[in-house]
Design a protein around this ligand. Sequence first.
Ligand code: UTP
Length: 290
Amino acid sequence: MKIRKAVIPAAGLGTRVLPASKAMPKEMLSIVDKPAIQYIVEEAARSGIEDILIITSRGKTTVEDHFDRSPELEQRLLAAGKTELYEQMVAISSLANITYVRQKETRGLGHAILCARSFVGNEPFAVLYGDDVILGENPVCRQLCDAYDQYGLGVVGIKEVTPEQIKKYSSMKVEPLSGRQFKITDMVEKPATPEQAFSLYSILGRCVLPPQIFDILESIPYGVGGELQLTDAMKVLAQRETMIGVDFEGRRYDMGSKLGILQAIVEVGLSHPETGSAFREYLKGIAGTL
Ligand code: UTP
């Protein structure tokens, strides 16, 4: 079944990037000249997704404004002869059919996904975490949708992380399948000790889930940090019918962390047509002084 719908959870408090995220959603933090969430919506659109639900919360209305038309700005750009910029602005509002729902309390990623139940209905759907920007030729969401097509099982995007990082992420029990694909039979969220971790493979930012995930989310208890954990629901799915892990191709930037934001800005800045060459010279200049 073709994956047509995607959910972008963007209702978190972003405590790791305060004070930047106090009055501005971290998903709206800019990488050079584009907010993080626009890269994510573009990835979904390039993957063939038609309908997107963004989960927002109080103080996040700038996300809706960003994907809306902006008549006054558009008129001003047209009058000034800035046609290319005008077209770029209009194109943002037609990337996909975007709707919004509010998560009224920040009770975890699993709870945010539950808010998407009536939007999703009875079909498989993609999830793109609102603060994980992944760049590359082949959009990661499409890599995962292709694996769903192939196996008809839930799919998670995975990468190996360091032993330090695994404590803060999830850990997957993996068996090689073919190429970049793995069978996943179990998982654990934020393993407290190295013994609790199955491997250094962790879910990073993307998954494709069957609609059964909603019943599972309704039935499991709140987990680590008093939050309803999506990983706990996927664990049930993995144990019940196995899931597929795709060690995806793409460069990931965690826009929910200070270092991730810096890495994204440096790398995108270096390849940006307007800033690339001047920024490269600037970096070469300061690199010698480090
Ligand atoms: P994170 O755990 O990275 O977001 O969730 P957070 O809670 O904002 O992070 P910190 O620890 O306080 O800095 C991954 C994605 O899930 C969304 C976030 O907005 C982020 O895009 N999320 C998280 C929700 O939509 N609702 C929640 O209750 C929690």
